[in-house]
Design a protein around this ligand. Sequence first.
Ligand code: HEM
Length: 404
Amino acid sequence: MHDLTGPAPALFSWEFASDPYPAYAWLREHDPVHWTTLPSGVEAWLVTRYDDARQALADQRLSKNPARHGSDKTGIPGERRAGLMTHLLNIDPPDHTRLRRLVSKAFTPRRVEEFAPRVQQLTDDLIDQFIDRGEADLIHEFAFPLPIYAICDLLGVPREDQDDFRDWAGVMIHHGKGPRGGVAKAVKKMRGYLAELIHRKRNDLGDDLISGLIRASDHGEHLTENEAAAMAFILLFAGFETTVNLIGNGTYALLTHPEQRAQLAADPALLPGAVEELLRYDGPVELATWRFAAEELELGGRTIRAGDPVLVVLAAADRDPSRFPDPDLLDLARTDNQHLGYGHGIHYCLGAPLARLEGRAAIGTLLRRIPDLRLAADPSELRWRGGLIMRGLRTLPVEFSTLR
Ligand code: HEM
């Protein structure tokens, strides 16, 4: 149980980054829709209770497109909102409805299902590379490469170009060797590459997702090359660091809850439910992406003014005791687990079936192939990446026996 009687906790401090849950518990109890100043200096509402969060995620008066009502308070420069940034998470209906319908025709559950053997092979190949060494950093060597190669394969990026993507993606989340200021450069290179790839595929359609997008757009609904590039970019961008963190945070939670882990190892049928519980307990997306009040509205008893930025704190909602009994307990056998880790409403995660596939393959295979996997650092030594939206570890050092 958290101490809810003390003064308001400091948000966005170093301690907060490693364990934000006590602060969120305090907010849920005392100021559930909380006006705050973010580290960037931008002011925004934080929504922390489950019911308010679900309501906000489904409320179309909360727009995703700041340009629509001329109130961009995020501090994100205007030029980044053009080009690749005009994607699903930054637009409202009717554009959103059209683009989402189009991508859903290409990114079908069947396509994901057919992809399962490839994900399993990628998982095994990555484990093969460190299993004889007795130690590894599971973020850099496992959680990070798996989703980037998986999404590249799915999109139809040729294998010989995939290491470039790995490098650009690495720079984008500061894992790579590139300089910190290289993010804009990496995005630019990715944009150039995607535009060229889409152009090439128009004349040589294959069985991949980009070809599927082009085909879907040729059947009536229009998709410009810029929209196609933005779509490929958001699939990469939304599907990459999130999955890194599902594997990283999930494995970390299992390594620090040995009884739960033993229960899962003894009963692999628990795996699908276990991955959902890991998403609820310490999910990759701490705060949902920016929303802006298109008009004045009430939320959790507070008045949100037109133009105000609203951030729904998924991590706080998913530990709300009024929705989840014993919310701070990791219970891999939990039932009635309708968490908000993939969002809710029209922006509900498009890649959830792929994320589930990757999460189950990665975590299930790791536990099966390395039954004595142990954390090789004290939890207090581990560092969490300090972004606003995502929650994830910088490194996850592990050790294990090489005798098997
Ligand atoms: C465990 C991994 C993942 C988690 C936790 C996750 C979580 C989320 C969340 C919370 C949202 C909604 C954000 C909001 O409303 O502000 C979202 C949207 C989205 N996700 Fe995921 N995601 C994951 C993996 C993926 C993957 C693998 C892909 C694709 C390859 C993907 C593609 C998308 C897209 C395109 C959207 C925007 C949908 C829209 O606006 O209509 N995600 N995701």
